[in-house]
Design a protein around this ligand. Structure first.
Ligand code: SAH
Length: 382
């Protein structure tokens, strides 16, 4: 608390003055009576309170939300001024002062996800303000993340404002046309956090044979092809994601004959490639979250070690591995150690050429390390 971390765990609370309902606004006071801040209360969750503001006198009303949303949106405009057909994260929860609220813009469609009792209480205000601030054609709710359960909230999805004739929204990312399924795509429909990394990894792909593992709808596949990859194999266990990825190839007039699509479990497929002595010049590993919390970090570590070790073995000399982790429970330091262990066991000499993070529209509040969930390493072997 004193370090301005925005969560108050149930174990840290000595006394509550009265029993409030989930989403109520409460004051947080230290043992010695000093006011610490004003927060949203949730008696049903392990995180009992999420801080709205460190000044206990800040009124938590409609204008508070308008101001916070406005501030978040303005910051994006100042930094990058993304065009009307592009996609961006407008609100990144705790790190934008709105715990449990994610807002993504896909062209003129807004998708929001509410995963805290506090933001749930102010849901109507938030939706109305977003409509006013962005002038969106439609607002779609995707409050269906696994973390909702921890807050005691029921999942909620569907159109909340405007009109949407199709759930497929087309956006432009780094010059590529992408179709985002806001109703049934993963998260809010797409992985915006990897935007810059897709471009940077793509720029290294010229004349290389690429293996894109956990490809989803082909974000990395498109960028590697656009930069002249010799051949790209995309692997994912979701047939629907692969279908959309193939559609993206023709939509962007990329060469279909340089693409291979594999509907498989990456853990098994990498073994098959190893057994067949296949080799690649650039491998991308962008798995789903293995560890949402620190408690599951050990199991996750085994998963990361496994795929990274196999990937190192499949690289030709001079080959590159772009490897990512989006597990909040695995720190950047731990991830690096896991990858180092994998390199050693594979018998490779590994250089780190670059470290990756989420794009700038996913800020990390300095007092909230949990916000830094995405990390990646660009490795090269001799
Ligand atoms: N790189 C992608 C995002 C990857 S998200 C992008 O740039 O957009 C993780 C992907 O892994 C999802 O598409 C999911 O379907 C897939 N996935 C999850 N577990 C898998 C497994 N064991 N084998 C193969 N794919 C898996």
């Amino acid at each position: 608390m004193l370090r301005r971390h925005p969560w108050v765990f149930s174990g840290a609370i000595a006394r509550t003055e009265r029993t409030g309902a989930a989403g109520d606004t409460v004051r947080i006071v230290a043992q010695d009576g000093r006011a610490l801040g004003i927060a949203a209360w949730n008696p049903d969750a392990n995180i009992s309170a999420r801080i709205w503001d460190w000044d206990e006198n800040t009124p938590i009303d409609a204008s508070f939300f308008v101001n916070r949303l406005e501030r978040a949106i303005r910051m994006r405009r100042e930094l990058s001024a993304r065009g009307p057909h592009e996609a961006e994260r407008l609100v990144h929860a705790e790190s934008d002062g709105l715990p449990g609220l994610i807002v993504d813009r896909y062209a003129d469609v807004i998708v929001l996800q509410i995963s805290s009792a506090g933001c749930h209480r102010w849901r109507e205000t938030i939706i109305d303000s977003l409509q006013q601030l962005t002038g969106a054609r439609a607002i779609y709710e995707r409050s269906d993340a696994d973390v909702l359960e921890l807050e005691g909230l029921a999942p909620r999805t569907g159109l909340v404002k405007g009109r949407l004739d199709s759930p497929i929204v087309e956006v432009i990312e780094n010059g590529m046309r992408l179709r985002v399924d806001v109703a049934s795509g993963h998260k809010t429909g797409f992985y915006l956090d990897q935007r810059d990394n897709r471009l940077q990894v793509g720029q290294l792909a010229a004349d290389r044979e690429v293996l894109n593992c956990f490809s989803y709808t082909g974000g990395f596949t498109l960028q590697t092809l656009a930069h002249g990859a010799a051949r790209v194999t995309s692997v994912d266990s979701s047939a629907e994601a692969l279908r959309l990825a193939r559609e993206h190839i023709s939509l962007n007039e990329m060469p279909q004959d340089r693409c291979d699509w594999v509907d498989a479990d990456v853990f098994e497929y990498l073994r098959r490639l190893r057994d067949h002595n296949r080799r690649f010049d650039l491998i991308i590993l962008d798995p789903p979250r293995f560890a949402p919390t620190a408690a599951s970090a050990e199991r996750a570590a085994r998963g990361y070690k496994d795929i990274n070790l196999l990937a190192f073995k499949l690289l030709r000399p001079g080959g590159l591995l772009a490897t990512f982790s989006c597990s909040g429970g695995v720190s950047a330091d731990l991830f690096r150690k896991i990858v180092a262990g994998a390199g050693l066991d594979a018998g490779c000499t590994v250089q780190i050429l670059k470290q990756f993070h989420a794009a700038m529209d996913h800020p990390v509040l300095l007092t909230f390390p949990e916000g830094e969930y995405l990390k990646g390493l660009l490795c090269r072997i001799d």
